[in-house]
Each structure stands twice: as structure tokens, then as C-alpha cells.
Design a binder for this molecule. Sequence first.
Ligand code: MN
Length: 202
Amino acid sequence: MAFSLPELPYAKDALEPHIDARTMEIHHAKHHNGYTTNLNNAIDGTDLASKTIDEILKGLDMNNAAVRNNGGGFYNHSLFWKVMSPNGGGNPSGDLAEAIVASFGSVDAFKEKFGTAAGTRFGSGWAWLCVHKGGKLDICSTANQDNPLMPGIGCGGHPILGLDVWEHAYYLNYQNRRPDYVTAFFNVINWDEVAQGFAAGK
Ligand code: MN
């Protein structure tokens, strides 16, 4: 069964001024659509075609570059759209907030550590907040379209928040100012979605 490009859960301009409409349009309709098409082409006629995307990433042959790059790209962006919202921002609450404090000391300390992971990823990649069984949280970053579900990659937990730091995610609006983009991301984080991921993955 082929994968399909998920719809954006809000209008392309809904995240302005933090993420501009033109970036959202190209990022979703061109980049994410390309990863989706190329993933389908890479798994067509193989035993991967009957698996879920989680199963594909967890069991990935890391030498299979087409599935690694495009399967990662498909998964990563599918999560990315969901963890942002025009009603987002602010701070987490409830069990997730307690777990963040337990793992990082405070919400502010979490934001600083996550921002550092995003800011220091050289070249293209992602910053992640991941949950391990038992509820422990970890921050890591990965290169290119790698994902923490892949064998031996990142912090190995289940990703519940991801930030795309490829230049295609911010260059039109922020040019080389990745730290400004990272700051803007905190204004649109959909903490309700992250909390759902935490509850499911802990
Ligand atoms: Mn991207």
C-alpha cells in the first residue's frame, strides 16, 4: 500500500509570522511530496510495501539510501506539521511538563538544550525530543533525514517533537539566521500533540 502525502492540518499562512506561507507551501507540496513519491518508488514491489512507516524505519537496512532518505523524510515531515499549530506556543502542562522537569531540570532548561541541539546540527538535519519506555525524555539531533527510530541513530527513543533545520525550512524568511527560526518555532509548538505522543510512547 503506497504512502500518501498528509494534508497540512492548518492553512499555509496559519503559522505566520513565525513560519511564512511561501515556505510552508514549498516545504509541503514540493519537499514532503517528493520524499513521499520517492519512498513509494523505492519500496514498490519489495516486502517493505506491506509495512507501516514505523516498521520500515525501525527495521531499516541503513545501507538502503533510498528508503533511509525518503522514508525518513516522509516520517519526519508528517510529524513536523502535527507538532506545530497556530494556537501553539507557551509551555507544556500536565504529565509531559512533569517529565520535562524530571529529565532536564526545568522547561526553560529543556528549551535551551533543544535549541542548542537545533543550532549546533551542522548542515542539514533535525532536532528531536524523544520518549523512552518508562517516560524518560531525551534530546538529540540527527543528520539529513535520519530519524531516532532508525537502528543506531540519535537517542533511540520514540520521537514526539521534531524540528527541521534544513535550510529549505527557513531560508526564505530567515536566511542564515537559524537561531531566530528556532526561537520562532517555540511560538508555534503544539504541546497538546506532543503530550499525546508522550502518553502513547512512555
Ligand atoms: Mn524539510
